[in-house]
Design a protein around this ligand. Structure first.
Ligand SMILES: [Zn+2]
Length: 959
């Protein structure tokens, strides 16, 4: 009974919290707009990067000011005083990383004052994510998470009515359609952009198409009002009144020899009139702020006050009216003013060029190892949340700190690779701490879930598996490897464990010996700078049919005497090039042929094929003029359109075995490619190991991996995912909404890819799909080809602020990187979606030394456990399962991951049921909320949940 009362109370409470009637952001918090006037919405704001030239903490506290005079704590201190003194004044707050930090340090008195200015609509939260995330290299999983984290803080602090209506994406370097769709699904109404392509902007200015309805999904009915700001996010030239600016202050004392308000007002009015020519309604928005402005807010407001007062008086007869406003007030005014339909936008805003030689397409790939880590940690965080939700069911500070680090990593100078090196080191450190604390949670939870008699094991996570290094498995035998399958699909996984030489026997949960293969670790991996390992081999076996959200352990031992009964050594052969004939390797129904001279892959099955590693020479320049722009962290600018081959391939090594067959391409230095065929897979795996990229010739280099199928006539069309979700068509040298004059024929055709890209022959339906393991740039510059940029090392800054060349080093030499592509030929649309889930969310591996024999271990531990009771339909993914509060509530998201028309079998609505799905969760009530989980939609019956193609449904489940 008590539980029941609590439930009713919490429902009433949430209705009160979410109810519309008491919301602050209602029209009455907005300034009155006049029908016959030009309404000028002055929006004071500060753009506060969550790390860029300084670290997040340095920016917050105002440390390290010799780099940049910026301290966000002072901004909020100063602005709040101004807002408190005058209820007309307004300000917008974007990044919850900074605001929540400031909030934490305030007295209860200051918190009450802040509540008041929020209630009065003076301090408006816009976006309200943890940061202003990048839109090219961030995956949808991370975007949804970082927005949810920030909006949850707002909801917990100010109630549901503080949920922002407007988004303020004023600095990301290009804008994705998936991002717009996510915002629409989160209930945002107005989206504002700062940076769009300069040619697009010119066209929109002349056609008065700066504001539009962005239809953001082919499958979902999502759209959002989108406005492009007139002057990025800067104030009108000459009207910057921050202490960081030197613009002429406003003097309104007619007795002063410096009296200038009349002249200065004329200048501003001229600017206003010019801007209004390019917008369709009698409202315009003027951004008053820049990076880290308002540390002394008074200088801004004092000068703006004078201008507003003077212009409103003197230009009254010209029907011009200025007032402090906010993005949501402006959006609402525009919406109310419109009688005609807004122009529609159905594609995205990539790539972004700011001038004819500055295509911001380098950052799609910049810092490839960091991008790889961000993807890796995203998977670990997701698993950690799942485990916590199903065991302790409470939010812990450890989990929150990891969520925070992952959210910070989505900032538009973090995952983009455009922060200074010391800042990137800070991002790395934060993720590393998150990973370490989360793997401790795995260790405790796995023991708790699997131990039959209360005994525990020292479960360890190997952070260096990406360079085939793991002390636990190299130094111990027997040991246990436990896999946790983080996806709600039943899946098989090829396990690779670095081990000392010797022989091993792998035993599964049913006491059966599992076939395994000993594969020598590739020379290029052994030589990787910083590798500190005794392992010369990897023990490879297939973990078949892992249960959805399931754990399974394998016992690995070194049997006395002869090798383990089912362990086989690989047969290897090395072929020096040139060879007498082409080299063909066939295994498990697939065959690959390599050229006898060049060693390049030239044939897959019967299909002519080409795979090459190539590089562009990075342009050097002093950036004094557009044509002198250098290639850098943001900008990709090759010196010419030609891509050059890397060093020649000197030899091929073939490694045959019952589980995996490999063909290793040895280049003359620092480079290797490993083509893999797996017994249980229909795709070809390509492992690349690159670097240090040589720079002795004084030239920076940008490496690509190019795949070509001559039989595919794609006519310059190719397809990329958007943040890992819906697919967009790309056309070489073409944009659908404006006439494109391409001045950088290579860089201007690169697009971001998070998960997969493909080219297709529309007549024959032949398709080549390539999946990537981290965010990269991709293009299709030659017929039938896809080229992924995989690594970059550059020697010049590109003059967009970071002030450093992208010349990453580690262990005293240029940075080496290792990554993976999965390649499929044929009509692989269906498979690609499944594989993308597996590529992005591989099982988590934990290792534990043991003294038990396989049989003893089986007596003491459960070796298999499913954490959901049944399989979900194959087109549905459990996107989120995380502890939501301290009351045992859990956040759950299910997603349909096929688009409308994408697949005959899977692009249909599907029904699932929560009833009895999670064995450890006793579900009491199910509340459906919007994607950000900050608005109530309805109370649900747990029996039936319908998911339409590409739909995500978000639930808060009481347990
Ligand atoms: Zn920024």
């Amino acid at each position: 009974m008590q539980k029941c009362i609590i439930t009713i109370f919490s429902l009433l409470y949430s209705l009160l919290k979410y109810g519309e009637t008491a919301c602050y952001y209602s029209s009455n918090a907005c300034p009155q707009v006049e029908k016959d006037f030009l309404n000028v919405h002055i929006v004071p704001h500060s753009h506060d990067d969550v790390g860029w030239l300084k670290t997040v903490e340095q920016y917050y506290y105002g440390a390290n000011n010799s780099i940049q005079n910026a301290g966000v704590q002072y901004i909020y201190d100063s602005v709040l005083e101004e807002l408190w003194k005058d209820s007309e004044k307004k300000f917008v707050s974007v990044e919850m990383e900074f605001f929540s930090h400031w909030w934490k340090e305030q007295s209860s008195h200051m918190k009450r004052k802040t509540h008041k200015v929020v209630e009065r609509g003076q301090l408006e939260f816009v976006g309200g994510g943890w940061c202003m995330n990048d839109e090219a290299a961030a995956s949808y999983v991370d975007i949804v998470d970082q927005m949810t984290l920030g909006l949850k803080f707002l909801n917990d602090t100010f109630g549901g009515c503080a949920a922002p209506k407007a988004v303020w994406q004023i600095d990301p370097f290009g804008h994705s359609r998936e991002q717009a769709s996510i915002f629409a699904q989160m209930g945002f109404e107005y989206l504002f952009l700062g940076r769009i392509d300069y040619q697009d902007k010119a066209s929109r200015l002349s056609n008065r198409e700066m504001e539009m309805t962005w239809v953001a999904s082919d499958s979902l009915n999502t759209s959002i009002f989108t406005g492009v700001l007139y002057n990025t996010y800067s104030p009108p030239p000459g009207f910057c009144f921050d202490v960081l600016c030197g613009d002429e202050t406003i003097v309104d004392d007619p007795d002063s020899p410096m009296f200038n308000i009349d002249r200065r007002s004329k200048q501003l009015v001229a600017y206003i009139l010019e801007q209004s020519k390019h917008y369709r309604t009698n409202n315009i928005i003027i951004t008053m702020g820049e990076d880290f402005h308002y540390q002394n807010a008074h200088t801004w407001y004092k000068n703006l006050d004078k201008l507003i007062k003077y212009i409103n008086k003197v230009y009254l007869s010209s029907n011009i009216r200025l007032f402090y406003s906010t993005p949501s007030c402006y959006g609402e005014a525009v919406k109310n003013a419109f009688v005609e339909a807004l122009p529609r936008k159905t594609d995205d805003f990539f790539p972004y060029a700011s001038d004819p030689h500055a295509y911001w397409t380098g950052y799609f790939t910049s810092r490839p190892t960091f991008k790889g880590l961000v993807r890796h940690s995203s998977n670990l965080l997701r698993a950690c949340k799942q485990i916590q939700a199903m065991t302790v069911k409470r939010r812990s500070n450890v989990l929150f700190q990891f969520q925070r680090s992952q959210a910070i990593a989505q900032h538009h100078d973090a995952v983009t690779g455009t922060a200074k090196q010391h800042v990137n080191n800070d991002y790395l450190l934060r993720l590393d701490q998150g990973i370490r604390s989360c793997t401790k949670i795995f260790s405790e939870s796995f023991n708790h879930l699997l131990s039959l008699n209360g005994s525990t094991m020292r479960q360890e996570y190997c952070t260096m598996l990406n360079i085939s290094q793991c002390w636990t498995t190299e130094q111990n035998a027997p040991f246990i490897v436990t896999l946790y399958n983080t996806v709600s699909l039943r899946s098989s996984h090829t396990v690779r464990i670095p081990v000392a030489d010797g022989s091993y026997a792998v035993t599964d949960h049913e006491g059966r010996l599992v076939a395994s293969q000993m594969v020598p670790i590739a020379e290029a991996v052994l030589r990787l700078p910083g590798r500190n390992s005794t392992a010369m081999n990897e023990l490879v076996f297939i973990a078949e049919d892992l249960p959805p959200l399931g754990l399974r352990s394998y016992h690995v031992q070194t049997p006395e005497g002869k090798p383990g009964k089912r362990m086989l050594r690989s047969r290897s052969r090395t072929i020096d090039l040139p060879n007498e004939k082409d080299v063909t390797v066939s295994a498990y129904g697939l065959s690959l042929t390599f050229d006898r001279q060049t060693g390049h892959l030239i044939q897959v099955g019967n299909e002519m094929f080409k795979q090459q590693l190539l590089f562009y020479r990075g342009m050097s320049g002093n950036n004094s003029r557009f044509e002198f722009r250098a290639s850098g962290a943001y900008i990709f600018r090759p010196n010419g359109t030609e891509a050059f081959p890397l060093q020649p391939v000197t030899k091929l090594t073939t490694i045959f075995g019952p589980i995996v067959t490999e063909i290793r391409q040895h280049f003359s230095a620092n480079t290797m490619q490993i083509f893999r065929l797996h017994r249980n897979a229909s795709y070809i795996e390509l492992d690349w190991i690159l670097g240090p990229i040589p720079i002795e010739d004084g030239i920076g280099k940008e490496y690509i991996s190019r795949f070509t199928v001559p039989a595919i006539r794609n006519n310059g069309t190719f397809y990329t995912d958007s943040n890992g979700r819906e697919v967009l068509e790309r056309q070489l040298n073409h944009q659908t909404t404006y006439k494109l004059n391409i001045t950088e024929p290579t860089a201007g055709n690169f697009y971001p890819v998070n998960s997969f890209a493909y080219v297709e022959d529309k007549l024959t339906k032949m398709r080549m799909t390539v999946l990537n393991d981290r965010a990269q740039g991709v293009s299709s510059l030659l017929p039938g080809s896809l080229e992924f940029m995989i690594h970059r090392r550059l020697l010049h800054d590109d003059a967009f602020g970071v002030g450093e060349a992208l010349n990453e080093t580690a262990y005293g030499v240029g940075l080496a990187a290792r990554g993976t592509h999965w390649l499929m030929l044929g009509n692989a649309g269906t498979v690609a979606r499944f594989l993308a889930q597996r590529m992005v969310h591989p099982p988590i591996l934990m290792f534990a030394p043991t003294t038990f024999s396989a049989e003893e271990f089986r007596q003491s531990y459960r070796m298999e456990l499913a954490l959901i009771n049944r399989d979900l339909p194959p087109n549905v993914n459990l996107l989120t399962l995380e502890p939501w509060d301290d009351e045992g509530r859990v956040l759950v998201r299910f997603e349909h991951f096929y688009g409308v028309g994408e697949d005959e079998r899977f692009s249909h609505p599907v029904t699932i049921s929560l009833k009895g799905l999670f064995p450890t969760l006793k579900i009491q009530t199910v509340e459906e909320v919007n994607l950000a989980a900050n608005r109530h939609i309805r109370t649900l019956n747990a029996d039936e949940l319908v998911l339409n193609p590409m739909e995500i449904r978000t639930l808060i489940v009481s347990t």
